[in-house]
Design a protein. Sequence first.
Length: 179
Amino acid sequence: MKGKEKILDEPTPVSKSQRRRDALEVKSLAQELINLGQAKLGRVPLDDSVRAAVMEARAIRSNVARKRQMQFVAKLLRRDDPEPILLALEKFDGEAREITGRQHRCEAWRLFLLEAGDPAVSKLVEKRDDTDTQAVRQLIRNANREAARNKPPASSRALFKILREMDQKAPLPAVDSSS
């Protein structure tokens, strides 16, 4: 029995292929950190030595030297748990998706309002009581007039701005152009 317990307690060896995949993941994480903007990099929880190595890699212009520095950053990253760094990067991706979704919602409402006119304004007022109906209707009329005269879409942009402000207070509902 003691011999079997000893066999079960031993960790299974990690294959060479798995070690290589892990090393490539850390290397791509290092590359992502090097390419990250300064403001976002400041929000990533990094060790001082890693942060200094990333900043040094950004300053290097020679491809070979930059690649060598990136491998050094990856080596430093392997020393610590990369989970907090990955979570911070995922948070950035989530923020970007949220902003994109907000832009798409506002654009969908703007197109719906410009195409459908007053019935669309009524649907917006049904769903959102904070709608400035008079301003929205005026902007729709002006935007249609500008489009007919091949003028710059100033009113259309102003309408988008109003919709974006409304969406920032509370997300706009999905556009329901049926019924």
